[in-house]
Design a protein around this ligand. Sequence first.
Ligand code: C2E
Ligand code: MG
Ligand code: MG
Ligand code: MG
Length: 275
Amino acid sequence: EAKRRGRNRFQVFSSQLRTDIEHRMRTESGLRRALAGDELTVLYQPVLDLPSGAVSGAEALLRWDDPAGRRIGPDEFLGVAEETGLIVDIGAGVLRAACARGAQWDAAGLPLTVAVNLSARELVAPGLVAGVVAALDASGLDPRRLELEITETTVLADLPAARRTLEALREMGIGIALDDFGTGYSSLTWLQQLPADTVKLDRSFITHLCRSAQDEAIVSAVITLAHALGLRVVGEGVETAQQLQVLRRLGCDHAQGFHLGRPLAADDLTALLHA
Ligand code: C2E
Ligand code: MG
Ligand code: MG
Ligand code: MG
């Protein structure tokens, strides 16, 4: 009886596994086609300067429009893109697009800082710095207008190598932001170990900012610590006016979230900024 059940369980497991493998293979071949064709788009979410309230930057966020007309978010395909290494070419495309767009905004009198997310595979790829230099040269964007966002998982793979790469980028004038800050267990030690300019406080701390005294204490302490170390702070995932008000009161430097602006097509953001 136990043996029979065990075999059934194995069958359930193996058909789940097959479904997963099929999903991965479909995603991988889809991504290869997306990369070769015209299916990847970059949206831009505004980042506000506090307290002025002006839009001072935009984060580049990748989308995949598949041939069936479905718009797919990065959470659905980044894992496969990283495992297969496709993220290196995809990321290079995002970087080129974002630098070109940043230069266009600059020329139009909109001096925004453009933020681009980097995954672990990209950071340790041998051509990263050269790719960044090429994207900057091709676009003419001032390196000080570019910010690269990394997370704890991005750097954990090889901390010394990550640090060297980040230092090289920073010497060029590029900003480094620690994304989703506060979600890993070693967040505070990163501040010592990594060259950075900005801390992006994870949305999970902002969500309960108006209802939880503990969350307000944590946010306040991180802002104080970051400022003491010469870092700027961005509050992520601001969804209400009250959350924004608390961040302002606590001295947070920047804010980003659906309350302030959703990720938009570049031209739509441009129109919004001109209006
Ligand atoms: P992230 O870098 O932390 O980006 C912020 C995510 O939160 C975005 O999700 C954004 O749409 C979402 N968001 C912004 N404001 C709010 C809000 O008020 N409420 C809520 N609930 N969500 C908000 P998205 O675009 O789905 O991207 C997810 C993650 O995928 C990003 O998280 C980033 O880690 C990664 N990613 C996106 N684009 C790229 C890329 O070009 N390259 C790489 N390597 N990673 C990317
Ligand atoms: Mg980010
Ligand atoms: Mg984030
Ligand atoms: Mg994230």
